[in-house]
Write a protein of this length. Structure first.
Length: 397
């Protein structure tokens, strides 16, 4: 019966992790997968999270199913992190929020709801973007095209081309945007540029779908939410999914949320119902444990302050590694323009010029990058950054 099934080539990033795992070289370097590592090359267990886990583990309450929308306490703290505590839009009941299976689950649920009610809607993603954006949207039935975002020649944001393209889009076109720490490029818009994009969205009546997986790893928890707050100020409808995998270092717990920002509380109530129905016919309800840990951290003033300081430390270490990589590259290959690295932020940097040299970097130097030229800066540390810089410089000479 199953002889008609076609083979799956596998996800290129996850497949690369298997090759890295099986590489016997002790000095191999992994700057491919998007996970945060500390200076010892380990995925950290945040102190705030460990303390919250002790509180959750001490509970004697039975492990029952969560509602389809997840834990109400979790959804409340998720809203406050995105929109601000006591934000008018929250007090008015205009935001419908559900707990999801990571950011990917939020993208899937949101895409399914939109396609159900707007069957002719088309989607636009940045060029380049996270690979799963296109896969999830197409899986929900969307026709997906890319809008200009990054110039591979200058290796910098191409804002003018992006704005010009969005000006041409039809009403109700779905536009996927990265509010901060763009994946894969690390090239973000400044506040003035975001304001211009918000005006285009308003003028053309486009529908933004924000994907925020790295809040706090760009500039700060508040400043990284600038686009979210700008869309609220413009009184525009939009969707936003966010993930806690990176900023809580709890990848396997699959903690995320999806929010739909509506015109009034009645709309939000109906949006909540549709999201719940989409969840019910997909995975029924989200897992509880990780969500309880996140809400415990964000509800407890002491743990919240500790967590914020840990996010600050993660961001500062990433920034330092970016500077160290740039410094090493300038030493080993000063004739090349490496300054694009300094204009990027967050966990990733993007160097398309390295893409053709992926196999050489892996085979000769044991440096694992993905085939697009994306570099996970969070995989660098004081022990491997110089060797990484030397390998990059060598293949480009």
């Amino acid at each position: 019966m199953f002889s008609t099934l076609s083979a799956y080539a596998g996800d290129p990033i996850l497949s690369l992790q298997l090759a890295y795992r099986d590489d016997p070289r002790p000095d191999k370097i992994n700057v491919s997968i998007g996970m945060y590592y500390d200076d010892d090359g380990s995925i950290p267990r945040l102190e705030s999270v460990q303390r919250a886990q002790k509180i959750v583990n001490a509970s004697t309450a039975p492990s029952t199913y969560l509602p389809m929308s997840g834990s109400p306490a979790y959804c409340k703290v998720a809203q406050e992190l995105l929109f601000g505590k006591d934000a008018d839009i929250l007090l008015a009941g205009r935001v419908a929020t559900i707990q999801t299976l990571g950011g990917s689950g939020g993208l899937k649920v949101g895409s399914d709801v939109l396609k159900k009610f707007f069957p002719n809607m088309v989607a636009r993603v940045s060029d380049p973007t996270w690979d799963n954006h296109r896969a999830i949207l197409e899986g929900s039935g969307f026709t997906v095209e890319a809008y200009p975002y990054f110039n591979p020649v200058t290796q910098r944001l191409d804002f003018e081309a992006m704005a010009e393209y969005l000006h041409t889009q039809a009403e109700q076109t779905l536009i996927v945007l990265h509010p901060c720490c763009h994946n894969p490029t690390g090239a973000d818009l400044n506040f003035a540029q975001w304001d211009e994009i918000v005006q285009i969205i308003a003028d053309r009546k486009l529908l933004p779908f924000l994907d925020m997986a790295y809040q706090g790893l760009g500039e700060s928890l508040e400043r990284d939410a600038y686009l979210v707050r700008a869309l609220v100020r413009a009184d525009l409808p939009f969707l936003i999914c966010n993930s806690y995998s990176k900023i809580f270092s709890i990848y396997g717990e699959r903690c995320g949320s999806l929010s739909m920002v509506c015109a009034n509380a009645d709309e939000a109530s109906r949006a909540m119902g549709q999201m719940q129905q989409a969840v019910r016919r997909n995975y029924s309800s989200p897992p509880a444990y990780g969500g309880h840990v996140v809400e415990t951290v964000l509800q407890n003033a002491e743990l919240r302050a500790l967590w914020e300081s840990e996010v600050d430390a993660m961001r500062e270490r990433i920034q330092f590694m970016r500077l160290e990589l740039h410094r090493g590259l300038m030493r080993f290959h000063p004739a090349y323009d490496w300054d694009f690295l300094l204009a990027q932020r967050g966990m990733f940097s993007y160097a398309p010029a390295l893409a053709p040299h992926m196999q050489e970097l892996i085979e000769k130097f044991g440096v694992y990058i993905i085939e697009s030229g994306r570099i996970c800066v969070a995989g660098l540390n004081t022990h491997n950054v110089e060797r990484t810089a030397k390998a990059f410089a060598t293949v480009l000479k």
